[in-house]
Design a protein around this ligand. Structure first.
Ligand code: ADP
Ligand code: MG
Length: 238
């Protein structure tokens, strides 16, 4: 499961309405990309879904349950931070175990989930290494492993590749897409990069000034943009 529905959600910072009333359904298992120019509200929308920001009005369901006032840790969603958010002095195994240890989960259950996550992410041979002994792609997988063990119904990514150089970014796009296929879990991925959106998404949500201009598959947006903004944004290289 992992269906997220936003109903008439708004967000104001002071007097400034950054998100006017917005309706959106994110479907179970889909790789959904929020794309739009800098400052259009992508991060704010993701943080509203995660519960890291409170909405000003409106409501939100996760799998049919009202989640509007549910604290972030109880939403069953995992925000994946960039790979450098790993603990450098801990092994991969300990990094992945960290959230379970914090939650006081028993050791046998922890070990089982670590084995499963490592298998899903091709990390089985790297569990005893430190993050410094891994490639950028492997480190990103460990960061995702740490999220997987909490068995989230959706993963949320905010421009996870924006600090990487172009060559590494291409490889990481593939890694994340492959992970999505393997796990088959809802993923919401924020980027201002049209190429990332077009190559990774099942569904693209194009935002401008907090307003959804269009929702569709990459092909739908490419062939049938609803307006000049979408056409220009999807059509123009970065
Ligand atoms: P994006 O991620 O698309 O670049 P953001 O969601 O970060 O855009 O920001 C959308 C708008 O909201 C911007 O105008 C930004 O300045 C404003 N904003 C974001 N966070 C805050 C905040 N904590 N306080 C005030 N304004 C904010
Ligand atoms: Mg942002």
């Amino acid at each position: 499961m992992g269906q997220i529905t936003l109903k008439q959600v708004t967000k104001k910072f002071g007097d400034v309405e950054v998100i006017p009333p917005l309706d959106l359904t994110i479907h179970d298992g889909e790789f959904t990309v929020f794309v739009g120019p800098s400052g259009c509200g992508k991060s704010t929308l993701l943080r509203l879904i995660a519960g890291l920001e409170d909405m000003t009005s409106g409501s939100m369901d996760i799998d049919g349950m009202d989640a509007t006032s549910v604290p972030p840790s109880k939403r069953g969603l995992a925000m994946v931070f960039q790979s450098y958010a790993l603990y450098p002095h801990m092994s991969v195994r300990k990094n992945i175990a960290f959230p379970m240890r914090m939650a006081g989960m028993d050791q046998a259950e922890q070990d089982k989930r670590i084995e499963q996550a490592a298998a899903a992410l091709n990390l089985t041979d790297y569990l005893d290494r430190k993050p410094g002994q891994l490639s950028g792609g492997q480190r990103q997988r460990v960061a995702i492993g740490r999220a997987i063990v909490r068995e989230p119904s959706a993963f949320l990514f905010d421009e996870p590749l924006s600090n990487l150089d172009a060559a590494l970014r291409v490889g990481m796009r593939l890694e994340i897409s492959e992970m999505h296929k393997r796990l088959n879990t809802t993923m919401i991925y924020v980027t201002h990069d049209q190429v990332e959106a077009m190559t990774m998404a099942d569904k693209i949500v194009v935002l401008r000034a907090g307003v959804i201009e269009q929702v569709g598959s990459p092909l739908e947006l490419y062939h049938s943009p609803r307006n000049v903004f979408v056409a220009g944004f999807i059509g123009s290289p970065k």
